[in-house]
Design a binder for this molecule. Structure first.
Ligand SMILES: [Zn+2]
Length: 403
């Protein structure tokens, strides 16, 4: 069996469970989700697992083998609108293929194994994310079940309509002593492995994230009659800040700083901007480095506004701490990656949030990244080669056999 070709073929078939012909658009608790689960049940059965639908809509495949704590592998089945065919779902398929391969070879994982397909990770349908992993970890806020989608359907209603039991969610929570850890395989969604010329990498941690709402306030005036000297141009202050924080983050090297939204008023071609609102997002796998960049950004915004005679408001509106992978589980993944790549391992942080972030509240977590073409993800042209997926299957085989 060519496991890379097999992976590609199965991902191509399940990609058809989508509301759009271009790319994959699969929301949780939808008809496309139900159709996808039919595929995943088949994968699990061929892997020697017994699939079971849980109260939260997570499909769990359990191995018959033995007592003792379980190693959980898996990822999410949902996609962003017009997403790719690898994000999430590849992390459900590849562990199934590794188990199927071991079974065909007459071998078994050294520990009890489960593969999970979480209903929701992306947080596209409802204004929350990571529903499945949070239910397992026991950190899903019951109030979140009342959150509604664009059609006014609540999570509880969608889950119940899908055959789940929103009132039973508390029974899903695992006991930490029953779980060895959670290993998630995921498309890298960035260009680092491709640049390194490597198929696989070991994740060191998942970046902490903070968002800061920043407002520069100046004075508007006629673009023709106001001399350049003495203007209080809020956009010039904001521009100075944006290029400054970009320079600081480049120099620092580990923190990602992005201004992704900006609005200005009055927004007329012949008026000096009097007010600019923007959001600065900072991400780093080291919380201390992120907090230090936050302080630097605050100081810089102060300088940029003062230089233009503008007022400033700077407020942190969101903050999520980094999740470090478990050193022992990470070392096991790193060994498997290195053994599969002829002795070459590679460690990298994850700039994106994953199911492993939520699972870290329950158990040790680790992640393996698989190279993607051009660093492209959340797009229809997201692509992973057969050969890279075959290597990932080998690495999982190595990991499971050696546990
Ligand atoms: Zn994902």
């Amino acid at each position: 069996m060519n496991w890379g070709e097999e992976a590609q073929a199965r991902l191509s078939r399940i990609a058809a469970c989508s509301t759009t012909a271009e790319g994959v658009s699969r929301l949780p608790f939808s008809g496309e989700h139900a159709a996808a689960l039919d595929h995943i049940r088949g994968w699990m059965v061929r892997a020697g697992l017994t699939p079971e639908m849980t109260a939260s809509g997570t499909l769990v495949g359990r191995s018959a083998k033995g007592e003792g704590p379980t190693l959980i592998l898996g990822s999410h089945q949902d996609s962003v609108p017009h997403g790719g065919r690898y994000d999430g779902i590849m992390g459900v398929l590849l562990p199934c293929l590794a188990l199927e391969k071991m079974q065909l070879d007459g071998r078994q994982p050294a520990v009890p194994v489960e593969v999970v397909a979480f209903a929701d990770e992306e947080g596209v349908r409802f204004p929350t994310a990571l529903i499945g992993a949070r239910a397992l970890a026991g950190t899903l806020d019951p109030a979140a079940l009342d959150l509604t989608d664009a059609d006014g359907i609540s999570i509880a209603e969608a889950m119940a309509g899908f055959g789940g039991s929103p009132d039973q969610l508390s029974t899903l929570q695992r006991r930490p002593e029953d779980v060895l850890g959670f290993v998630e395989v995921h498309i890298e969604q960035g260009p680092v492995l491709e640049t390194e010329g490597l198929a696989l990498g070991t994740v060191t941690g998942i970046c902490g994230i903070e968002r800061n709402a920043i407002v520069f306030t100046g004075e508007t005036g006629h673009a023709g009659t106001m001399p350049m000297a003495g203007r209080k141009d809020a956009l010039v202050a904001a521009a100075d800040f944006i290029s400054g924080i970009n320079r600081l983050a480049k120099e620092q090297g580990e923190v990602r700083a992005t201004v992704g939204t900006l609005s200005l008023a009055p927004g007329a071609v012949n008026a000096i901007p009097k007010r600019v609102e923007l959001v600065l997002e900072l991400r780093a796998v080291d919380d201390a480095q992120r907090l230090s960049m936050h302080d630097a950004a605050r100081a810089l915004a102060g300088q940029s506004s003062a230089a233009m005679g503008c007022g400033l408001s700077f407020e942190r509106t969101y903050s999520q701490t980094a999740v470090l992978c478990d050193p022992r589980l990470q070392a096991r993944v790193a060994n498997a990656v290195s053994a599969t790549q002829g002795g070459t391992g590679f460690d990298l942080p994850s700039g994106a949030t994953h199911d492993a972030s939520a699972m870290s509240d329950l158990c040790p977590v680790a992640m393996m990244f698989v190279r993607c073409r051009g660093g492209v993800s959340h797009r229809p042209d997201e692509f992973v080669t057969d050969a890279d997926m075959a290597l990932a299957v080998d690495a999982l085989d190595h990991l499971l056999a050696g546990f």
